[in-house]
Design a protein around this ligand. Structure first.
Ligand code: MLT
Ligand code: ZN
Length: 479
């Protein structure tokens, strides 16, 4: 569902036809899809954002194809929506003005794994899990691990600054990107950043491009930082009577100076969804923490962590995974949460708000209040160590949608009031653009629009994303 019509210019038929002819001439017809059926799979991503189907899809096979497409788009004044794996949650890869979808999934080479300098150079279409396996075969480690890692691509991870459970210890994608090759509207190619650990030359354009949601440039090469693969990993489940006890244990663990690499929390409704998917969990448990520690002495640290969790009133049990198979099973269950919770109702929207860790319990209270006030069913799970929770709203009847929208807006307001931020890892995209002013000042939004104009004066690259519709006052009625 399109939450708010973005203020985008729809290209005229003549401009689109000119672009199609030029694309076929420059790239060859096999890389240019024009039929309605062939273009249809490129009209959506893993969000509920409905856009305007693309008029043409380019399957880029080289950086040159990307540059040529962006030159033609500029010359014909046709908008371009870049796309990698298409697994985004906020409509980042959904074309809202039609035009060209520029798909980079076929640029999928791992060009280099440099063990001595702890660097990997990859193309944007490399699947994240494929990169993990490749570097781990070399005894190295790339930490960012979004739950969609089997299908998402590095290009999309960089565009959205993806996170994942391991962000608690290792940070998000931005913390791993050293440099980029990016193609700008018009076809200019810039190389940003470095391949050294240190480097402070000029503005940090790499950091600006990471998380820019496909609005500033299209990546054709990504240089990533690696670290040695941690020698040991230890994983455990801590079961609690209720989610507030689990959230209290999160605070206790961090206060004890323990830094697990993952500190994930699941509430009672999420646990029920996991049980319905066939995973057996102690029936007494009304919440769970999934914790993982890595590095030298991981087992001892996990034992200490288990002791801290067990002392928290409401802790029912701490169960340590005995081997890699058990650990993999736990993570498979965690990664399928999004799919498992989707089965609970006809419709689901998953938010990815963040609050300071010490305010998680208040956030849970506010979510319950919002559920009671709007009558919308909700559940919560996520990266509690980071304060990054996926509050999911579930509904069956389309008539409930206005109440869901009210609930989401109330949640966004509550998040900002608690000192948090609207998105920890999924980006703003289309879904959250209308809430941006709740968190950011008009001056900050204007500054970002100026940056966008410097890269893309005609607003051709991924229009309709991040910023609220121009001209709208962006103010929201209070709930
Ligand atoms: C996750 O943590 O599983 C993903 O960010 C997706 C989500 O559940 O919304
Ligand atoms: Zn997540």
């Amino acid at each position: 569902m399109l939450l708010e019509a973005p203020s985008v210019r729809i290209p005229g038929r003549a401009a689109v036809d000119r672009a199609k002819i030029e694309l076929e001439r420059r790239l060859g017809p096999s890389k240019v899809l024009t039929s309605t059926d062939a273009c249809a799979p490129y009209a959506s991503d893993d969000s509920d954002v409905g856009g305007r189907p693309p008029d043409v899809v380019v399957i880029a096979a080289s950086a040159g194809d990307v540059a040529a497409t962006l030159a033609i788009a500029d010359a014909c004044e046709v908008p371009v929506t870049p796309r990698a794996g298409g697994t985004g949650r906020t409509g980042g890869a959904v074309p809202v003005a039609g035009g060209i979808v520029l798909a980079t999934h076929a640029l999928a080479r791992i060009k280099e794994i440099d063990r001595a300098n702890l660097v990997a150079v990859v193309e944007p279409g490399v699947i994240t899990a494929v990169l993990h396996e490749a570097v781990e075969r070399e005894g190295l480690f790339y930490a960012p691990d979004p739950s969609s890692l089997d299908t998402c691509c590095i290009g999309g991870n960089v565009a959205e600054n993806a996170g994942g459970p391991r962000a608690f210890k290792y940070g998000v994608t931005r913390d791993w990107v050293l440099g980029l090759e990016a193609c700008l509207v018009g076809g200019r190619v810039v190389r940003t950043g470095k391949r050294t650990v240190k480097g402070v030359t000029g503005y940090d354009v790499t950091a600006l491009l990471v998380g820019s949601e496909g609005t500033l440039g299209v990546f054709t090469e990504v240089t990533l930082r690696l670290v040695p693969k941690p020698p040991t990993v230890a994983t455990a489940l801590a079961l609690f009577s209720d989610v507030r006890a689990a959230a209290g244990a999160v605070e206790d663990i961090v206060a004890a100076g323990i830094v697990p690499r993952c500190l994930e929390m699941l509430d009672a409704s999420t646990l029920d969804a996991v049980r319905s998917a066939g995973v057996s969990i102690d029936p007494r448990a009304g919440a769970m923490l999934l914790v993982e520690v890595d590095g030298e002495g991981a087992e001892a640290v996990l034992e200490r962590l288990g002791g801290v969790a067990a002392e928290r009133p409401g802790c029912i049990d701490v169960v340590v995974a005995q081997d890699a198979t058990q650990r993999d099973r736990l993570w498979a269950a965690r990664r399928m949460l999004s799919r498992a919770t989707r089965k609970l109702a006809r419709h689901k929207l998953s938010e990815d708000i963040v609050v300071p860790r010490t305010r998680i319990v208040e956030l849970l209270d506010r979510a319950d209040d919002i559920g009671a006030a709007t009558g919308v069913r909700h559940l919560a799970y996520g990266h509690a160590g980071d304060g990054n929770l996926h509050v999911n709203f579930l509904w069956n009847d389309d008539a409930e949608r206005p109440a869901v929208d009210r609930a989401i807006e109330m949640l966004m307001r509550a998040t900002v009031e608690l000192g948090g931020t609207l998105s920890g890892e999924h980006g703003i995209g289309v879904s959250k653009a209308k809430y941006l002013r709740l968190e950011q000042s008009d001056d900050l939004i204007a500054l970002q629009r100026d940056i966008k104009r410097a890269f893309d004066p005609k607003d051709l690259l991924n229009p309709g994303k991040i910023f609220p519709a121009e001209g709208s006052d962006g103010r929201h009625r209070s709930c």
